[in-house]
Design a protein around this ligand. Structure first.
Ligand code: V47
Length: 372
């Protein structure tokens, strides 16, 4: 394969990527360590186009965060508050249902529901909330609760992960988002999220969800105190679980936002690192279908460029975002459908509106896969 590679250590990796051969731990380290971002992006784009052609996915979704009260006090987080904090909020069931229908005229296909680990909200409360959402919005997919929230609810209900997830499915949960994975290295977790479940437990909840038929996403938080080895180790652990279950739909690299967190001294990630993480993920995670460039986290501009560095998704309209904005994100809280279309088209990709399970959305007789 003839491309201008500055860093000759990348040549064997390019050959493997072109031939569809699985990359290993050392390849992952080389990809993270090389300054030759264009070569890494070229390889990731090769894989991305082999999987998805010229398509970039987006969806029309709404985030709902029922509470920011959280017992965990993770150093990485600016969203979670103590119950006594005057700024903390917890929605009533009615407020959660009202929020779901609030302020958006376009047809939402997904509610993304996540929040803090509230000491008093029970599994029954969440089940009632999901039942109420399904009653009011029967066609909207519920992507709700991270592995961390599920482990917390299970412990409080003295139930197994399987029992807890089965009850959530019964109440209407259709899939799980990928948050809360942070970085699997225990040395780092002890510093950035010491009260959160261990890496093994995050993986076990994901495994249980997949075995019960739920699709989930997965994430990695980068740009804090982790090193390149930790990143590669994290990605390969996700790849191993995916070999076993096939339950991950999308991987979302999450850039750490330090403002208002206990790690506010950590410098913000750069565009170079953000693109590198998209590209390396696309190359290492050969068994996870989608890599999402989450525009809230990356900015719409970088999410657009990422469509040429391995990503095939930009996420959605969102409407209201708290986790990143509490941590200093300067992006908008919402993008309209038309803005997502423009962003994708101007990266030379063909926009496809998808539902949460990556099926093209049809509105009436029009499939938005064909848009002029
Ligand atoms: O779970 C928390 C992380 C996640 C900070 O599954 C932080 O489709 C950066 O998981 N700086 C929430 N990150 C976002 C998330 C997500 C977003 C979009 C789509 C999907 C999906 C999932 O953000 C949290 C945590 O891992 N986070 N605080 C922070 N200061």
């Amino acid at each position: 394969m003839e491309i201008a590679i500055e860093d000759q250590r990348l040549q064997p990796i390019l050959e493997k990527a072109a031939a569809g051969v699985r990359l290993d731990y050392e390849d992952g380290l080389t990809l993270y360590r090389t300054p030759d971002l264009l070569a890494v992006g070229y390889m990731a784009n090769l894989v991305r186009e082999r999987l998805h052609g010229n398509v970039t996915y987006f969806n029309v979704n709404r985030h709902i965060n029922p509470t920011d009260v959280c017992v965990a006090s993770c150093r990485l987080c600016a969203f979670g508050k103590r119950a006594k904090d005057p700024r903390a909020y917890t929605m009533s069931l009615e407020q959660a249902w009202e929020t779901a229908g609030d302020g958006y005229s376009e047809a939402v296909t997904e509610f993304h529901v996540v929040g803090g680990l509230h000491p008093e909200l029970t599994l029954d409360w969440y089940c009632e909330m999901f039942r109420g959402l399904k009653q009011r919005f029967p066609r909207v997919h519920l992507k709700a609760l991270t592995m961390v929230e599920i482990a917390f609810l299970a412990k409080r209900a003295r139930a197994t992960y399987a029992e807890t997830i089965a009850r959530l499915i019964e109440a209407g949960v259709d899939s799980l988002p990928g948050g809360g994975a942070e970085i699997f290295c225990e040395r780092v977790r002890r510093i950035i999220c010491d009260h959160k479940i261990a890496a093994d437990e995050w993986i076990e909840v994901a495994r249980t969800a997949h075995n019960l038929g739920l699709k989930t996403n997965c994430t990695m938080l980068y740009g804090h105190i982790e090193n390149e080895e930790d990143r590669v180790d994290h990605l390969l652990k996700l790849r191993t679980l995916q070999d076993e279950t096939g339950g991950f739909q999308a991987f979302i690299p999450l850039a750490f936002h330090p403002d208002n967190t206990a790690l506010r001294h950590v410098p913000k990630t750069t565009g170079f690192d953000d693109l590198k993480n998209i590209a390396v993920a696309r190359l290492l995670l050969d068994n996870i279908p989608h890599v999402k460039a989450y525009w809230v986290m990356m900015t719409p501009r970088m999410a657009q460029v990422a469509q040429r560095f391995g990503a095939d998704d930009v996420d959605g309209t969102i409407v209201e975002e708290k986790i990143y904005h509490d941590a200093g994100a300067t992006t908008a809280q919402s993008l309209r459908r038309g803005e997502l279309l423009r962003l994708i088209r101007e990266s030379g990709r063909e926009p496809v509106e998808r539902d949460t399970l990556y099926r093209p959305v049809t509105r009436g007789d029009t499939t938005f896969t064909v848009m002029v």
